[in-house]
Design a protein around this ligand. Sequence first.
Ligand code: ADP
Length: 274
Amino acid sequence: MRVSNRKKVICLQGVSYSYPGTNNRIVLDNINLDVHAGEMLVLLGPNGSGKSTLARLMNGLLAPSCGQVLVDGLNTADDTSLWQVRKKVGMVFQNPDNQLVAATVEEELAFGMENLGFPPEEMMKRIREISARMQLDELLNFPPHRLSGGQKQRVAIASVLAIEPQALVLDEPTSMLDPAGRREVISELNRLKQSGKTVVLVTHDMTEAITADRIVVLVQGKAAFMGPPRECFSRVAWLQEIGLEIPPAAELARRIRGKGLVVPQDLYHVADWV
Ligand code: ADP
């Protein structure tokens, strides 16, 4: 089934946003965007382009100044449905230390479910399932602060997944991690995508967008591009112009090809970008 035929989990209709007390300075300008079930959507853009603001609008942390955001048909601006909206769209933030609050990984996985009043047996069942699926079983008794950055972020992701949201929105989840932690988190997101989860990933790192179904590039609050990765990455000059960094591997492939040489197989995954 084509992604666009699937159910719409999050719909943004004519959404604009200005932060209070900023003289109506427009941070997001007339965004129209549907996130479909099972889709991996990447929000790409330079710093300050409005990515985090858009992510926060997707689970009702912010309400639009104009237009509306619907989550599974519920209007996020409606206070009575906000609790439901937060259950349907789970958020993961940049710094896992701000998100992890419990004394052990197991308690961390239980935390969100406890707040939502899940019965203890159901919580235990879900903790077993999620820790097995995300290879956290051996860490259940560990204090989260003793884990590596990548492990902490996986625990943060697992604790949000435990409440079985319809979509997961991650706001630059790798930006505070070392390269190994980044790989760990991105592999996890790709596994989630393979298992059919709806994932929205906010990043300014193009390498993290390669496996997306669709990319939205934000520039000064406008959706300046929306389409598949191949089409996005073919616009190298434009991407550079708006301030995104072309990954070194893609740059290398471009230079090799420019000299009339054959691009080595290891660079095939990025060679099409240039
Ligand atoms: P990005 O995630 O792409 O870096 P943001 O959504 O964080 O962009 O920010 C978009 C714009 O909104 C920036 O100009 C930023 O300075 C401004 N902004 C972000 N948060 C606030 C806030 N709480 N109050 C006022 N302006 C803000």
